[in-house]
Each structure stands twice: as C-alpha cells, then as structure tokens.
Design a protein around this ligand. Sequence first.
Ligand code: GDP
Length: 469
Amino acid sequence: CCSIRYIMTHDLTDTIIALSTPPGAGAIGVIRLSGPKAIEVVDKVFHGKDLSQVEGYTVHFGKIKDEEGKVLDEVLVTIFRRPRSYTKENVVEISCHGSNYIIEQIIHLFLRKGVRSANRGEFTLRAFLNGQMDLSQAEAVADLIASDSASSHDIAMKQMRGGFSDEIKELRQELIDFAALIELELDFGEEDVEFADRERLEKLVEKIQVVLKKLIDSFHLGNVIKNGVATVIAGRPNAGKSTLLNALLNEERAIVSDIAGTTRDTIEESLNIDGINFRFVDTAGIRKAQDSIESIGVDKAMSEIQKSTVALHVVDISDTTPEMVWSDIDTFKIIGTRFVIILNKMDLNPYTKPEEYYKEGLISAKNIITTSALNKMNIEALKEHLYHTVIDHPELMDQTIVSNTRHYDALHKSYESLAAVLHGLQSGITGDFVAMDIRQALHFLGEITGEIHTDDLLESIFTRFCIGK
Ligand code: GDP
C-alpha cells in the first residue's frame, strides 16, 4: 500500500548560517551553521583537526583563515552529526571572540563559500520540518527565548516538552479513524451501510470538546501571564483612584487633585506582583458626565472596564452609600470582569463595616477590601488580594496553559466544528455532511500541531483498507 506524507515546499538542501548569540561585543560569539554541507564547508577554512573525520558531540580548537591565508580568529568548533542535532542536520557551532568585526569577517567568509544567511527562526523551522518537534513546540521555543518572568518561562517550558499537542494528536487520530470509516461508507453509495458507530463517535466528539474547552479557558490566564493583567481602576470622581494608583506604584505619577474629574485621560503604569505583571489603567470618573470632554472619558472608562481582566472599583466611603455602589456595579456591568471593591478613605470613617456593602449575587466578602490610599493603609493586602484574584483557579493549576494566539484560534475553530459534527449527528444528517464537518475539525486540530489533514485522512484510508488497490 501507499503512504502519502505531507511535504512542505521548503528548501532544506542549502546550508544556512547565523550568529546565535546576541549581536554586539561580548566575551564570545557563537556562529551556527546547519545543513548538508555544514561540516565540509567549515573544514575547508578551519586549520586544526580534519573535521571530516571527527565524531559528533566533539569540540576542536583551531584557526579560521580566509582565502589569502589571513587568520581571522582562533576558535572552538563543536560538531553535531545528523540526526543528533537541534535541526537533525549536520550542525557546526563556531565559538569565536565576540567582536563584531571578527564575527562579520567569519560570516562573510562562509557566504562567499556558498552558505546562505539563515532567515528568522530558520533553525527551528528546520527542526520542525525534519520532525524534531511539532509546530506548537517550535513556537514554544520562541516563547521560551522571549519569556521574562518565572511564570511565562514555566508555560513555554511545559509546551516545548510536548504540552498539549500530544493529547491533541491522540484524540485527532481517533477522529481520523472514524472519518475513515465514514468515508468508507460513502464508497458503498446506496447500500446504506454504517461502519462508524454513531453513538461512539458522539461520545468521542464530546470528549474532545471537553479537552479543548479546558485549553481554551486556560488561554485567558496564559495570556495574562505572558502579557500582563489589564487592570482598570474605576470609580466616581474624587474616590481616590489616582491616590490609590500612586500608593500601589509607590510614586507620584498620576495627578492627584481635589477637583472632581481631573484625571481626564487614562494613564497606564505597570506593577509586578510576585512575577505577574499588572498593567494599571486609571480612568476618569464613571459618573454621568456633565461636559463633553468628560463624557469621552466616561466612554473610555466603560470600554477600559470591558477590555480589562480585573477592575478595581474605588469607593469613597465617606460619601457613598451601599446602594450607590450596587448601582454603579450594575450600570457598568463590571460583573463579567473580575472585580474588587475598594472601600477607600477608611481613615475618615474608621467604623464603616464592609458587610454593609455586601449584596447577594453581586458583592461578597471576597470582593471587598478596605484601604486608606492617602495613608497607604492596607496596600500590601490589596496587592496580595490582586495576585490571588488572578492566580487562584484551581481548575487551571495542574494543566497546560495555552498562551499562543494561533493555538487559541485553532482550538476555538476546532471546538466550533466539533459542535457542528455533534449537531449533525443529533439531527441525523447524512454521512457525507458528517464527514465534511469532521474533516473541518481535523483540519483545525491539525493546524495546532502542524499536521495537515487531507493527507492524513487519505493515508489512514489507504493504509488501513487499501480501497481501489
Ligand atoms: P480620583 O478623582 O478618584 O482620582 O481621586 P484622587 O486620587 O484625585 O483623590 C481625590 C481627593 O481625595 C484628594 O484630595 C486625595 O488626597 C483624597 N484622598 C484619596 N484617598 C484618600 C484616603 O484614603 N483618605 C483621605 N482622607 N483622603 C483621600
């Protein structure tokens, strides 16, 4: 039987080169070459051991000379023989002195010898094309390099080691098997046979949906950890929003004033709390605006609240009744966003009881915190509260977190197309339509890991049933 494999039209026959350490002067610079001629071409300019004879995973000292015999540098070369390298190709890493001049001279020497400059991410692209890793793992490499907090590093590391793509691959394979059976039914045309057990298919689809849903839900947290938590500070004019922001940031950034509605535009500042970056947006008061400039501010506040992950609703307890707070929370639909009610200016009314502000189904004890922004009272407790608002998701803690937008999109589309499959099965549509919906779902699932569905589907049919042999 035949086996059809997805072949990407990408040229793997040339040897590529790039500086792998950051540009600029450093103690050493590492130049990496990958491709069929990597070892051969380095051997031509390297004066030391005969590199064509050395084993992989060995390091050699020598000189690199140009065409005129001029010594460009004394270097160490590390040899990797395919397939035991990052790209699964022959790879040579040249450690030279970290001067821009030397690095440039060496790279140019290789370009003259027919080596090509690598494109962005091309070593990892080759690793993917050569089957070293799947697409989501390759993307995790980029995330790992870019990660600048402990938590984003964790996510990328987990994903690079396999993460959710293994699970998706497995479920996808089960679905491919079903699709093959349904396609087979179609070949029998009028005979009205059913090879694929519809009930089992329905169960499988639901099972995949549960897995996808979890991953989709994790995106919010994943995104938050990667890009920071959009946190909006809202509340009526003079509630103490700017003062609170200053207290949180511990500096005098926002303009504090006694005149209501002076913070007309939004100010953005960020604060790192235990490895999570909170991006604070201070908005103008959200009371019904009197003049037009202020009303732009109010619209902006509304849209900021809707965009944000967490909203801090600041209340001046000295002049705000619980009823007013409930009505604000209601009007601005803060509910969808995670919110914290900050009962501020406690110094003016130290006997206020937070319980007075509770409201069934709207505000509970865990949403309320009391502060005096002016005296920096309870600010540390507020920070801790904020951290937990974001991080406490028992349902998400032990699982892989999706942090990549492309995966999120593909997961979402897969979920939708599976819903269509389910709908089709339940309303008893014909096999060809079910097959079409499944193909669609397989396509999106395949997009995540980089597998392409039609070839898989064909391969599955041909290798298992050998139709038309
Ligand atoms: P915003 O309009 O909500 O940004 O409010 P501001 O931060 O500009 O504060 C308005 C006024 O309330 C200023 O005079 C602040 O000094 C004052 N203020 C803010 N927080 C407190 C607080 O905790 N206690 C007291 N007594 N005054 C405060």
